[in-house]
Design a protein around this ligand. Structure first.
Ligand SMILES: Nc1ncnc2c1ncn2[C@@H]1O[C@H](COP(=O)(O)OP(=O)(O)O)[C@@H](O)[C@H]1O
Ligand SMILES: [Mg+2]
Length: 345
């Protein structure tokens, strides 16, 4: 067996855990592994020499969001195993697509609305919407493109912008730096985060090529919660949970970096709905973001993505099985779980 892993990390100073841990897995299992660039013009021919290709598509890299899935789906036609495959990736970085899919399979989600015409949208905002209302761009991560609209006047302005000049999805430097610093628990953590700012600036430079988002409005009901959301990852028969506190003075958790694991927070409803969503959607690997309604205790999926912070999730150091039993596993490694799943299915 010979596999190819696409190298995106060249763009970044801080290598992700993805490539070294996949390489290590291959070494242990006697699998030949090449690190390649899928951006070469004769990539489809080159891929004919492999049995599998893996790629962690990045949402702020335009070439990735444009063509990674076309290359992977074409590789699948040649007969390669691919990660992420079609079912796992077709809705990548598109919260509206994710909502349609989650509605189709009957997953627990907040009430959601999508509008493609300004008049209809403003009419709904005036007559039917309840405030505060959550507005999201389709794309982005780290809470950058997620807003809370407090009243009709604010919502009308937001909608008008979305149906005229649009909004730029590029993450703001100040918001990023501020939230990272604020959630750092020690000087050491703060310094290590500052060191990663050049990577963020490179991501941002890439993101600036993404173009503005316009011509639609996507809203969710605001779920009253106790100040955290949960990243629930499912790979095969394992479920790995990470709790994330909202930023101080903010209602948003994602990207804040204040994370911990408390396994008692994974209710039966969350565990069962996460495995069910994973199975029904035929995912290879998925990260489901749950917000827990503080009045009903019900976990609702606010978005999902096969990509997430592999390092933070590996550090959880354990997983739930499908019966809800917790297994300590200090050597847990998300990249190894993914590559193992992909090569054996
Ligand atoms: N409908 C909602 N109700 C309450 N809080 C929400 C809702 N949607 C998102 N949030 C909060 O906003 C954060 C970012 O939203 P999310 O949709 O996960 O976007 P991102 O792609 O930026 O992570 C979440 O981590 C959560 O804390
Ligand atoms: Mg999120």
């Amino acid at each position: 067996m010979k596999i190819a892993i696409h190298q995106n990390e060249k763009m970044f100073k801080h290598e992700s855990v993805w490539i070294p841990e996949c390489k290590e897995y291959c070494r242990e299992h006697g699998i030949e592994c090449d690190i390649i660039s899928c951006y070469s013009s004769d990539i489809i021919n080159k891929l004919k020499n492999y049995d599998a290709v893996l790629w962690t598509i990045q949402n702020y890299v335009k070439a990735d969001t444009m063509e990674a899935r076309s290359i992977l789906n074409s590789a699948k036609e040649i007969g390669l195993k691919v990660f992420p495959d079609f079912s796992t990736s077709w809705h990548f970085d598109d919260k509206i697509a994710e909502t349609y899919l989650l509605q189709a399979i009957g997953a627990p989600i907040p009430k959601s609305w999508v509008f493609y015409m300004e008049e209809e949208c403003i009419n709904w905002l005036e007559k039917e919407a309840k405030y505060p209302l959550v507005a999201k761009l389709r794309c982005g991560s780290g809470s950058n493109n997620v807003k809370l609209l407090k009243n009709f006047a604010e919502a009308k302005k937001y909608a008008h912008t979305m149906f005229t000049k649009g909004l730029n999805p590029t993450p703001g430097v100040l918001y990023k730096a501020y939230s990272k610093m604020q959630s750092s628990k020690s000087i050491k953590m703060a310094i290590s985060r500052i060191k990663k700012l050049p990577d963020f600036l490179r991501t941002r430079k890439n993101a600036k090529r993404m173009g503005t988002e316009s011509g639609y409005c996507y809203f969710q009901e605001f779920i009253e919660n106790n100040g955290y959301d949960m990243k629930i990852v499912v790979i095969g028969d394992k479920l790995i949970p990470l709790c994330r506190n909202t930023r101080k003075g903010d209602w948003r958790a994602s990207g804040g970096g204040d994370v911990y694991t408390d396994i008692s927070m994974v209710t039966e409803q969350i565990l069962n709905s996460a495995f069910e969503t994973y199975d029904k959607c035929r995912f290879q690997c998925i990260g489901l973001d749950y917000v827990v309604n503080k009045n009903t205790g019900k976990g609702l999926i606010i978005e999902m993505c096969y990509g997430f912070d592999f390092r933070a999730l590996s550090q959880v150091g354990g997983y739930f099985d499908r019966e809800g039993n917790w297994h300590e596993d200090k050597n847990l490694s998300i990249p190894r779980e993914i590559i193992h799943y992909v090569l054996n299915h």
